[in-house]
Every structure is written in structure tokens, then in C-alpha cells.
Design a protein around this ligand. Structure first.
Ligand code: 0O2
Length: 205
């Protein structure tokens, strides 16, 4: 099937750009209130065409069903300092009137076999085009800095080994996932102390 990818992905690019601005705005609001902010930083991306093609083949998603069946064409990632911040961010997003949560995946309570932990919200987000409104799916991933560190490294290794990890690497990744979990636990116990420091001192953006 011939597809104009630039045209097809335009509303997804627009959605990612808009949501990055909107959600980053929350950080400034917390700072102004001199309250602990549950968001450390935010990234966003539209899935590259080659990754779309690889995933559609791997999951047997027909190219004419991408809009409904590939939920992470547009992706937003929100990094939080502490595990406790994740549910706070989920609550904030659920209350928003500019998007609609379709469903959620809690890979924090139910971590994946790989060791992956993160909270995913699959949302419908309306984009205003020239003559119409188009509702696109956006996947918002919410995780701690430690979860993000682990996922980034695992993702790079996954790319290298195409998901077929040698046993030794698999074991080391599982140990690293456990260490990331312990780090989050440890940070939670000293959360109050760190919050004080964060409120009194912030690096400039
Ligand atoms: P990329 O390159 O990040 O875009 P499902 O049918 O629901 O099981 P789906 O739609 O892949 O499958 O949903 P899932 O499992 O929630 O994964 C969506 C995204 O979460 C992935 O997108 C990754 O970004 C992230 N993710 C899920 N599992 C893992 C994991 O084990 N390791 C890492 N590093 N990330 C994970 P993509 O398309 O796989 O990749």
C-alpha cells in the first residue's frame, strides 16, 4: 500500500508537540506555587516509519488499521522523581478535559517479565486540522528516573539483539531492574528530605 507518511503522521506530530508544551506547563505551575513538582522532565516522539513497519509486521497489524491498532504512533514520556509521583501525575492527566483516557496499563504493580516498569495511559487526543478535527491515539508513559534509565538501556540492547538476549545479558538486565526498583524504594524513604532540597534549589531549565 502506497502511503504518504508525512501526511499520515502530521496529526500525530501535532499532538506530540501540543502535549509536550501543555504538560511541561505543569512544571512551571508547581514551581510558582513553591510545591514539590511530580514531574522531572517530559519527552515526546512520533514513531519513526521504519519502526512502524517493523511493529506492524511483528504484531500483524495491517497498514490500513494503524490508526486504531497501533496505539503508540504518538508517544509522550513523563519522568517523575519518585514512585509516589506517578499516581499523582496519572490523577492530573485523568482530570484533563483536553484528552480522553481509553484505557491504562499498570506495569508498575504488574511489572513485565523483562523487568520493565512504567504506567501507560492510552488516550484519545483531538487535533484541529485545517478543515476538520482528527482524534488520534497517544500513549503517555509515566515512570521514575530509575525506571527510565533501565528502559533506555534495555531498549538499546533490544535493538542490538533483536529481542533475542543471550542468557547472561538477560540475567544482568533482571538484576539491574531489581537494583532500579531498590533505588526507587530507597529514594521514597528519604523523599521528604529530597523534597526540601528541591523546593529550595532548582537548576535553571
Ligand atoms: P518503542 O521503540 O519505544 O516505540 P501489547 O500488545 O499491549 O502487549 P504494545 O502495544 O507494544 O503491546 O504495548 P506495550 O507492551 O505496553 O508497549 C508499548 C511501549 O512500552 C513499547 O513500545 C515501549 O516503548 C514500552 N515497553 C513495553 N515493554 C517494554 C520492555 O520490556 N522494555 C522497554 N525498554 N520498553 C518497553 P515499542 O513499540 O515496543 O517500542
Amino acid at each position: 500500500m502506497d502511503r504518504d507518511w508525512e501526511l499520515f503522521l502530521l496529526p500525530y506530530n501535532q499532538a506530540v508537540d501540543e502535549l509536550k508544551v501543555k504538560l511541561r506547563g505543569l512544571r512551571g505551575m508547581y514551581r510558582l506555587r513553591k510545591e514539590h513538582g511530580p514531574i522531572e522532565f517530559i519527552t515526546g516522539r512520533v514513531k519513526p516509519v521504519n519502526s512502524i513497519l517493523v511493529k506492524s509486521k511483528a504484531r500483524s497489524i495491517p497498514l490500513d488499521k494503524l490508526e486504531t491498532e497501533m496505539e503508540d504512533l504518538a508517544g509522550i514520556r513523563i519522568m517523575c522523581p519518585f514512585v509516589e509521583d506517578i499516581l499523582q501525575v496519572v490523577g492530573i492527566i485523568k482530570k484533563r478535559k483536553d484528552l480522553n483516557i481509553v484505557y491504562e496499563k499498570d506495569y508498575i504493580t504488574n511489572k513485565k517479565d523483562s523487568g520493565y516498569r512504567s504506567y501507560h495511559l492510552i488516550c484519545e487526543y483531538p487535533v484541529q486540522l485545517i478543515d476538520e478535527e482528527k482524534v488520534v491515539l497517544v500513549e503517555i508513559q509515566i515512570r521514575t528516573l530509575a525506571m527510565n534509565f533501565w528502559a533506555s538501556i534495555e531498549h538499546s540492547l533490544n535493538y542490538k539483539y533483536q529481542g533475542e538476549f543471550p542468557e547472561a545479558i538477560k540475567g544482568r538486565l533482571q538484576k539491574a531492574a531489581e537494583s532500579a526498583f531498590q533505588l526507587d524504594e530507597e529514594m521514597s524513604t528519604i523523599r521528604e528530605e529530597i523534597k526540601d532540597i528541591q523546593e529550595n534549589y532548582r537548576f535553571p531549565d
